[in-house]
Each structure stands twice: as structure tokens, then as C-alpha cells.
Write a protein that binds this ligand. Structure first.
Ligand SMILES: Cc1cc2nc3c(=O)[nH]c(=O)nc-3n(C[C@H](O)[C@H](O)[C@H](O)COP(=O)(O)OP(=O)(O)OC[C@H]3O[C@@H](n4cnc5c(N)ncnc54)[C@H](O)[C@@H]3O)c2cc1C
Length: 482
């Protein structure tokens, strides 16, 4: 690869997802080019829009919602305003045959539960105020302390355990803190009683969001075009497997391609590949304890079963959480509710059934037609679809969708980060898996933007502090980020 003709600097970016393409685009604006290496055949990473026979669907629905103004501005710089839809947001929890508003609304929840259960829930909340859970560093303890054990078990435990595949007392509170910060049952009741105008800022954020008319992939396809117009290159089917380093700096990035290996000299590397794989790709290899820390970082994988059904069989929600423990499906998206333009036939819709899995497990390895049959059967069992309504289905698997927040992840990340800073200080991990951080697109992109600013302007932004402060998080209320 040749260096930037203007500056003589070679920058390699690993991954053409939101963070990688944002980095390339920001570099381009500063008059620099880069080489983007992408192992897959499409842009967008987890934020791609899958398309089969004209049916479009996300890897989980992707809201464009952020408190970070530079990111919001960038979205509108990349994609013209007319390509965005402002969508009403509606999501509910389906529990024991009833729909509960989500984010939780106190009176709706307590009313749906019935007077006896509601009283038990309130008493259970009072009990945790008097005797808080001993260990609030776990998801279970933290959430129970905010809502009481009873509401925790009804509304948080099952879904969380489906997502992570382990008991909720083995998941760190960080995940809950990002999602339900500042909210507890008392506040939920106060919010419900407060005059509506006092809740305006909260409500408006919760009730609508932006969405590109053809899904999030549209943003990243457009960004790829802009990046190429700026003079950067995006190479698909380039799977980065080795990064050589010497005297504290990375010197080249080696990718496996259809035609063998390709080597790219580098002055800088911006990496969005999973940080444990990045560290394991370093040549010479890091010491055993660093490799062990890399092996200690794990992920949860994800698959979507998309079912085409008559429009009338859909629901008004963007998505529904399924809390029933006797089915495996965790969440169901209705892509027509996201954008009617995701659906090529007027009288149909496409439902996206989300399964949280582990690569290689029974669901991950199940044949597509069996997954479609399973999804159909589960929807019928739940009563969310009548019999015989599914016309066809598609399956998309997404490995490493969720960086796992277990008891040792923070220490492991710190070790890898420290090793990279000493041994390859020109390698900058950014993004979601790139930093092993539960970042949405906005924070994934923001880490890339700040990194480019550090590279180009010599600023000293601490990229690792993005999305650590509770401030950064979305709604001021109970929220399921993805
Ligand atoms: C179910 C779900 C729902 C979500 N919903 C939302 C939402 O509503 N709103 C929102 O803003 N965000 C949402 N997110 C988060 C969003 O998907 C991520 O924040 C975003 O895609 C991360 O961008 P990234 O570039 O860091 O990583 P990725 O999207 O993971 O992209 C990384 C890219 O690097 C490539 N790559 C990896 N390894 C290599 C290698 N060795 N060599 C070359 N290329 C490599 C990958 O193929 C991929 O294209 C959701 C995530 C999930 C899982």
C-alpha cells in the first residue's frame, strides 16, 4: 500500500463498520487518506442492513439516537436530511399474555399486574429500601436495589439471562447502570404523577428517533462512497490476521484475501476488530499473561430469524421484549414500524425474531429452515402470530454482537490496553468490540472521531472515557439499549 500522497503517512483502518468508516471519513476531511480493510463483503458491521430478495432488516433494530452533538451532526452530514425518517417509538414487554409499556411506566405496570401482585411489588420495593441487596456490583443486585426483587424477577431477570446466557448474578452492574441509570420504582411513580410538561425533555427523547428510510446500512453505504471520493480505499474480504511491531510501534498489517496474503505498511492503525483478536494477532506475540487476558474476554453472539407475514399480523411496536422463559426468542422487531420502505410489498411486513446465542451452540448450528420453523412455532405458541401466516423466512447470524461484561472483563481490557500502549503505541482501538465496550453507534463513532482528532491535531482526548460516565447514556429512564 502506498502512503498518503500529501502527507506521506500510511493509515490502516481495520473494519468498515460505523467506527472504521467514521475514522476514514474524518481523516478524509482533514485531507488524509487511509486504507480500510474489511473481512466481510459489506459495510456497516453490526449496523448493516441485511437485504434478501428486497426484504430489508437490521441486526436488531438500530435507532439513530444520541446526546453527542458532533455525532448527530455527522449523521446528517453523511446522509441528506430527506433520507431520515422521524419515527414514533413504541416498545412493550410481553409477559404472561399481557403487554407492558417499555420503558416501564409505573401505573401501567402495576395496573397490568393486578392489585395483589402490585401490592406485593411495592412491598418488595420497600423491603429493599430497608435491606438493600448485599452485592450491588452485579446486574441482579443493582437492579433489585432499584425496583425490588419482585419487579426485578418479572421485568429484568429473564430477558437479561436470555441475552447473556448466564445467571444475572454473574453479569456486572455496568450493563444495568448504562440502561436504567437514575431510575427506580419511586422515581417511576413520581414521573408518572408529574405534570407532563415537566417530563417533556425525557418524553420527547423516548418517543421518537431518527432512522434512515432504508435502514442503518444506508448510512454506511453512503459513507463508503464519500470515503472513496476522498481518495481512501475500502478493501473487502481482507481479514486482518497479523500485525507486525517493532520498537513500540506497529509496522505492517497483514490480511488474508482471496488471493493469498496482502501486507500494508503502516504509520498508524485504527482498529475496530475485537480487541482480544487484535492483541492475539500481534507479531511478535505478547507474553502469556496478556494472551490469557485476551482469552478471558468473551462475547455473546446473535441471530435473527426474519419472517414475512401479512401486514395485519404485525403490531404497532418497533419491537417487543419476550419475557416468557419457555421460548428462546428474546425480542421481536417489526421492520415495517421502523420504515415502511424496509418492506417491498404493501400488504406484508417482516418480523425480526432475535435469538441471543453462543457461536457453535444448538441454535447457532441449526439449519436455517429449522430456525424458521422454530421461530414460527414460538410466535404461534406465544399467541403473537396466528397459525399458517408465515410466508417465508430468512436467517442472519452475527458473531460477537455483545462484548461480555463478566467479573473479569475490566481487568482484562486494562491489561490489553496497557500492553498495546507500550508495545504498539500507534495502534488505536476504537468502537464497540474494538474496545470491548457496550457502545451504540454514537459512542463507537465518537471514539473514532476523537482518535482522528488526536492523530491530526495532536489533541489528547481520552477515548476510553467515552461512554463511561453515566451522563453519556441515553434516556433518563429505564431503557434497553442493544
Ligand atoms: C442487537 C443489537 C442492536 C443494536 N441496536 C443499536 C441501536 O438501536 N442504535 C445504535 O446506535 N446502535 C445499536 N447497536 C450497536 C451498534 O451495532 C454498534 O455500536 C456498532 O455497529 C459498532 O460499530 P463498530 O464499527 O465499532 O463495530 P462493528 O459494527 O462490529 O464493525 C466492525 C467491522 O470490523 C470488521 N472486522 C472485524 N474483525 C476484522 C478483521 N480481523 N479484519 C478485517 N475486518 C474485521 C467486521 O466485519 C465489521 O464490519 C446494536 C447492536 C446490537 C448487537
Amino acid at each position: 500500500m502506498s502512503a498518503d500522497t500529501e502527507t506521506g503517512v500510511s493509515t490502516v483502518i481495520i473494519g468498515a463498520g460505523p467506527a472504521g468508516l467514521t475514522a476514514a471519513y474524518e481523516l478524509g476531511k482533514a485531507g488524509r487518506t487511509a486504507t480500510v480493510l474489511e473481512s466481510d463483503t459489506v459495510v456497516g458491521g453490526i449496523s448493516r442492513t441485511a437485504e434478501v430478495d428486497g426484504w430489508r432488516f437490521d441486526i436488531g433494530g438500530h435507532r439513530f439516537f444520541t446526546k453527542v452533538k458532533p455525532v448527530r451532526d455527522l449523521w446528517h452530514e453523511i446522509l441528506p436530511d430527506e433520507e431520515f425518517l422521524l419515527r414514533p417509538r413504541m416498545s412493550r414487554i410481553f409477559y404472561r399474555g399481557k403487554f407492558y409499556d417499555y420503558p416501564l411506566r409505573a401505573f401501567n405496570a402495576l395496573g397490568n399486574l393486578g392489585i395483589i401482585e402490585a401490592v406485593r411489588c411495592v412491598l418488595s420495593y420497600v423491603a429493599v429500601r430497608i435491606r438493600p441487596p448485599k452485592d450491588q456490583t452485579t446486574f441482579e443486585g443493582y437492579t433489585a436495589s432499584k425496583f425490588g426483587w419482585r419487579l426485578y424477577r418479572i421485568f429484568f431477570k429473564t430477558y437479561t439471562e436470555k441475552v447473556w446466557g448466564v445467571p444475572a448474578d454473574e453479569i456486572q452492574a455496568d450493563w444495568a447502570a448504562q440502561r436504567i441509570k437514575n431510575l427506580n420504582l419511586f422515581r417511576a411513580i413520581v414521573n408518572a404523577l408529574a405534570p407532563r410538561r415537566n417530563q417533556k425533555s425525557i418524553t420527547s427523547l423516548i418517543e421518537e428517533f431518527e432512522y434512515p428510510r432504508h435502514g442503518p446500512g444506508m448510512m454506511w453505504e453512503r459513507c463508503q462512497s464519500l470515503v472513496e471520493e476522498q481518495g481512501s480505499e475500502v478493501h473487502f474480504r481482507h481479514d486482518v490476521e497479523r500485525i507486525t511491531h517493532q520498537d513500540g510501534k506497529a509496522t505492517s498489517v497483514v490480511a488474508t484475501t482471496e488471493n493469498g496474503t496482502a501486507t500494508f505498511e503502516c504509520d498508524h492503525v485504527i482498529s475496530t476488530m475485537p480487541i482480544p483478536l487484535l492483541v492475539k494477532a500481534m507479531d511478535p506475540a505478547p507474553p502469556a499473561e496478556i494472551l490469557a487476558a485476551a482469552d478471558g474476554l468473551t462475547f455473546r453472539d446473535f441471530l435473527t430469524v426474519a419472517l414475512v407475514v401479512p401486514e395485519t399480523a404485525g403490531f404497532p411496536d418497533n419491537w417487543i421484549y419476550v419475557h416468557a422463559p419457555d421460548v428462546s426468542v428474546g425480542r421481536v422487531q417489526n421492520f415495517r414500524s421502523w420504515s415502511p420502505e424496509m418492506v417491498p410489498e404493501n400488504d406484508k411486513t417482516c418480523l425480526g425474531l432475535e435469538y441471543f446465542v453462543s457461536e457453535g451452540d444448538e441454535l447457532w448450528t441449526m439449519a436455517d429452515e429449522d430456525l424458521i420453523a422454530l421461530g414460527t412455532a414460538e410466535m404461534e405458541k406465544l399467541g403473537l402470530l396466528g397459525p399458517g401466516l408465515v410466508e417465508k423466512g430468512f436467517v442472519v447470524r452475527m458473531p460477537k454482537a455483545y462484548p461480555m461484561y463478566d467479573g473479569t472483563y475490566r481487568d482484562n481490557v486494562d491489561l490489553l490496553r496497557g500492553w498495546l500502549e507500550t508495545n504498539a503505541s500507534n495502534v488505536y482501538p476504537v468502537g464497540r468490540n474494538g474496545m470491548h465496550r457496550y457502545n451504540n453507534q454514537d459512542h463507537s463513532m465518537y471514539t473514532a472521531m476523537l482518535t482522528v482528532e488526536n492523530m491530526v491535531n495532536g489533541t489528547n482526548h481520552d477515548v476510553w472515557s467515552v461512554n463511561v460516565e453515566a451522563e453519556y447514556h441515553e434516556e433518563d429512564s429505564s431503557e434497553n439499549a442493544a
